[in-house]
Design a binder for this molecule. Structure first.
Ligand code: HMG
Ligand code: MG
Length: 298
């Protein structure tokens, strides 16, 4: 049987907006977070504490964290690739932090400027400091289904980095298809490797929809019992270090599918569409979400 409840983490404010060419104001980012929580999202990835030279779109990270109007019961997460990022993030009181490694050496170098082994060394003190501060640590594993530089990535390569993250105390494993090339059986094989080391409740899928496979891949994960997924309202996003990669699967599309399956998300689809329409208006384009387009056209 499929899970009866799914938790969706909206990563639009971070993964979505990190890749937009036109600047989005701090106030608009905070407004997006407000609309997402009004739609019923209980987990929102707000921003990242990375180098402003690498990702200028996230340079207002602390300002965004100060500007959001927090709701009890909603968890706000931020990316922290190293101690410098963690130290900047800590006073902004994130509920969770995310450390991000890659299953391929080439992507690790391009994205965070170090090898996989070096990245684990950098994350170890971040994980320890987060735990000391009572903050949960999610791990993201990029290129788990394929790499823009290396090409194919095997399940063995995925499991190797899952184990490394586990060994330093990362609490949760997010299996990420950075370039959207995964297909259902391959996704299940990668997920099964994560599930060898983490319980169901601490494994999630993060699917970019570049090749239009994300919904099928989420369904394939549901078959395994996985019930947590990242998604991005309006289908915002991409990765600055994965050329041509499009946004995450649109949250609206995932909610529509789950509604049809009778799986509860606690999210109000109409309000979610409004949130996507708002940020798409700011970006002066239509939402990428097919469901949002269909609903807005009615
Ligand atoms: P580096 O250059 O190797 O770091 O960057 P460094 O320690 O040598 O420091 C160099 C300079 O950066 C110094 O400044 C540091 O202070 C500064 P300078 O002395 O030159 O003025 N610095 C920082 N500044 C602010 N915040 C920090 C920080 N760290 C160092 N945390 C670093 C290493 C990781 C910081 C850099 O490579 C970087 O910022 N990369 C960007 C990574 C990124 O944001 N990628 C996109 C997010 S990940 C993603 O999208 C994938 C995901 O969605 C899953 C998926 O789909 O695959 C999660
Ligand atoms: Mg991503």
């Amino acid at each position: 049987a499929l899970p009866t409840h799914v938790t969706l983490v909206d990563v639009g404010p971070r993964d979505g907006l990190q890749n937009e060419k036109q600047p989005v104001s701090t106030a608009h980012k905070a407004q997006l977070v407000a609309l997402l929580q009004e739609a019923g999202l209980k987990e929102i990835e707000v921003t990242s504490f990375v180098s402003p030279k690498w990702v200028p779109q996230m340079a207002d990270n602390a300002d965004v964290m100060a500007a959001i109007a927090r709701r009890p019961g909603v968890r706000y997460s931020v990316l922290t690739p190293n101690m410098k990022g963690f130290e900047a993030a800590l006073p902004t009181q994130p509920d969770e932090i995310v450390v991000f490694a890659a299953a391929s050496e080439a992507f690790s170098q391009k994205n965070i400027n170090c090898s996989i082994a070096e990245s684990i060394e950098r994350f170890a003190p971040v994980v320890a400091a987060a735990h000391e501060a009572g903050i949960k640590v999610r791990g993201a594993l990029s290129c788990a289904l394929g790499c823009p530089y290396q090409g194919e990535v095997s399940a063995d390569e995925v499991e190797r980095v899952v184990q490394l993250m586990k060994s330093i105390g990362v609490d949760h494993m997010g299996v990420a298809d950075t370039i959207g090339v995964g297909t259902p059986r391959k996704v299940q094989a990668a997920m099964e490797r994560a599930l060898k080391h983490y319980p169901l409740v601490e494994v999630s899928g993060h699917f970019h929809d570049t090749y239009g496979q994300a919904l099928s891949n989420i369904y394939a994960c549901l078959e395994l019992g996985v019930h947590t997924f990242d998604a991005s309202v309006a289908g915002l996003g991409g990765c600055p270090y994965a050329k041509g990669a499009t946004g995450n699967v649109a949250t609206e599309d995932v909610v529509f599918m789950l509604n049809g399956l009778g799986i509860d998300t606690g999210i109000d689809l109409d309000r979610l569409v409004d949130a996507g329409a708002f940020i798409s208006g700011v970006l002066e384009r239509a939402p990428v979400s097919r469901v949002a387009r269909a609903i807005l056209a009615k």
